[in-house]
Every structure is written in structure tokens, then in C-alpha cells.
Design a protein around this ligand. Structure first.
Ligand SMILES: *Cc1c(COP(=O)(O)O)cnc(C)c1O
Length: 290
């Protein structure tokens, strides 16, 4: 009854969606062809597709359980998007950008004269270097620019240069949108010092996005994320579905303790999306169990 097509006394004339030519394709998607979301909201119920809407909700609950089993505490919201990690980070950065820059030109009405005072755009992402092209490209894809912070060699490990991050934030925080830190990476680089970065982000009022691409199995990272939340700002985290949950490439998890941030991301997503990667996660978590 969510669907106007099913309203009593109504006769629908045709349906442009959900028609699948090939039976092989129909089968491959378990006859669920509507995907997820509606044009205005990727997590909204799709009246034409009660089944996949329900599946999306159930999968979100299962993924929250997975994160809690992995040691991530107090997460408020989890979303699963049919985008790999890099595109998801771009989506997150775009959402954060839109949330601060929407009042770009503050217009005030003083004595009948309209004064427009341009506010400095927050167009930079402070980025402790990681040599993975995706991590840099996702910043540019969202229309932002990177300020690269080189890591420092201590012993045989490349570590986050927190002093450098602080000195940049102290002078330029009005044009810096966020710090994009990385927890899962290859030696000799070690995970970023996200606890210290969280403190700095809080002190200088910038967002903190954590690229946790394949970090879910590591309880040390989970602890460190919880500590970072306690000490400072963690705006949201992104993890790959294929790298963590043994499914084909195609999806990622975006999660946060802040419902508002997830709502902003949900709303900025243009259009509907494939349910494919969500079906994969749903089936996998049910068959894998706790
Ligand atoms: C895999 C990976 C990415 C890119 O992920 P895609 O899912 O291919 O977009 C980004 N950052 C890190 C640290 C990764 O390991």
C-alpha cells in the first residue's frame, strides 16, 4: 500500500521500471529489479519495491551488528552504498563540503542595503600521504584540493606527522574542510594516529573522515577508533564490502556516530542505485553467521 499503483480503485497504465528482457539477468538479481532508493533519498523506502526496501533495512541492521562484533561502539547510523571505497569517500567529502559551503555568501539586510560578505570556502582536505592513487583521486573527484602531509620515518616505520598537521590547521583551518586519515595500509607506513588527529580536528573545528578500507578485522583499529571518538572528532568512516566481507567488488559501508552526517550523505546521493552489492552482503552475512 506504499505504492500509488496499488491504491484501491486505481488502474495503472503501464510501468516503465522493473522490466527485464533477459531471464538470465532477472534470475541473477532474484527478480528484484527496482534497486534501492528514490530520487531524493538513497535510503528511502521504494514503494514499488517493498522487498528490496526491506532487504536494505535488514542488511543495515546486520552490518551494524558486524561492526559491533568487530568492536566499533555506539555507531548510530550505517549506510551501504553500491559504490567502491574511493567513490564512497568522494560522496562523503561532497556531502561535508555541501554542508559547510551552502551558506557561501551570507546575505544580510542592514538598513535596507543588502550586504554580501563572501565567506572563505572550505576547499582543502588535509591528507597524510598514502601511496594509493584512489585516496588522492577521491579528493579531486569531489571538487576539493589536497594538502599533502608527508609521513615521518621513525625507526623503520612511516608515521603521521601530527606536528605538521597541527601547524597547518592552526593557520588555515578556515579553509580546510577535513582531515582524511587512513587506518588500513601497507608497511612501512603504519595506520595514522587517528586519536591525535581526532583531537586536532576537534580543537580546530574541522571534520575528520577515516578511510578504513580493509580495517574491520583488526581489533586494534576498532579500539583506536573508539578512543578517537572519546578524545575528539570522528565524523565518519568508510570500509569496503569486498575487502572485509568476502563479496565481489561493488559496495562499501559508510558509518558514523553522527546521524546528521549520514542524513546529509543520504540526501546528496543523486538518484536510485543498484541493490546488487546489498543482496551480496545480505546473503553473505546470513550464511556466514556470527
Ligand atoms: C582499496 C583501497 C582503496 C580503494 O578502494 P576501492 O574500493 O577500489 O575504491 C582506498 N584506500 C585504501 C587504503 C584501500 O585499501
Amino acid at each position: 500500500m506504499m505504492d500509488t499503483n496499488n491504491f484501491e480503485g486505481k488502474i495503472g497504465v503501464g510501468e516503465r521500471e522493473g522490466r527485464v528482457f533477459s531471464s538470465l539477468v532477472a534470475k541473477r538479481h532474484y527478480y528484484m529489479s527496482h534497486g534501492i532508493g528514490r530520487s531524493g533519498d538513497i535510503r528511502a523506502e521504494q514503494p514499488k519495491a517493498a522487498g528490496s526496501s526491506l532487504m536494505l533495512k535488514l542488511t543495515e541492521y546486520l552490518v551494524r551488528d558486524v561492526l559491533s562484533i568487530c568492536g566499533y561502539q555506539k555507531l548510530k547510523e550505517v549506510m551501504i552504498v553500491p559504490l567502491a571505497t574511493g567513490m564512497s569517500i568522494s560522496l562523503v567529502l561532497s556531502a561535508l563540503k555541501s554542508s559547510v559551503n551552502s551558506t557561501e555568501n551570507k546575505t544580510e539586510n542592514t538598513n535596507e542595503i543588502t550586504v554580501t560578505s563572501p565567506v572563505k570556502q572550505k576547499k582543502y582536505v588535509l591528507w597524510p600521504r598514502i601511496d594509493q592513487k584512489t585516496c588522492l583521486k577521491c579528493i579531486y573527484t569531489s571538487g576539493l584540493e589536497a594538502i599533502v602531509v608527508e609521513n615521518i620515518l621513525i625507526g623503520d616505520a612511516l608515521r603521521t606527522d601530527c606536528a605538521q598537521i597541527e601547524s597547518i590547521l592552526a593557520t588555515r583551518n578556515d579553509e580546510i574542510l577535513c582531515v582524511l586519515s587512513t587506518t588500513s595500509c601497507f608497511a612501512p607506513r603504519v595506520p595514522d594516529d587517528i586519536e591525535k588527529i581526532a583531537e586536532l580536528c576537534k580543537k580546530y573545528s574541522v571534520f575528520h573522515v577515516i578511510n578504513n578500507a580493509y580495517g574491520l578485522q583488526c581489533s586494534k583499529i576498532a579500539n583506536s577508533v573508539n578512543q578517537a571518538h572519546k578524545k575528539g572528532t570522528v565524523s565518519c568512516l568508510i570500509s569496503s564490502t569486498d575487502k572485509n566481507l568476502l563479496v565481489p567488488v561493488g559496495g562499501s559501508l559508510i558509518y558514523s556516530r553522527d546521524k546528521k552526517i549520514i542524513d546529509t550523505i543520504t540526501q546528496i546521493y543523486p538518484g536510485r542505485a543498484s541493490a546488487g552489492p546489498i543482496i551480496d552482503v545480505f546473503i553473505t552475512l546470513l550464511s556466514m553467521g556470527k
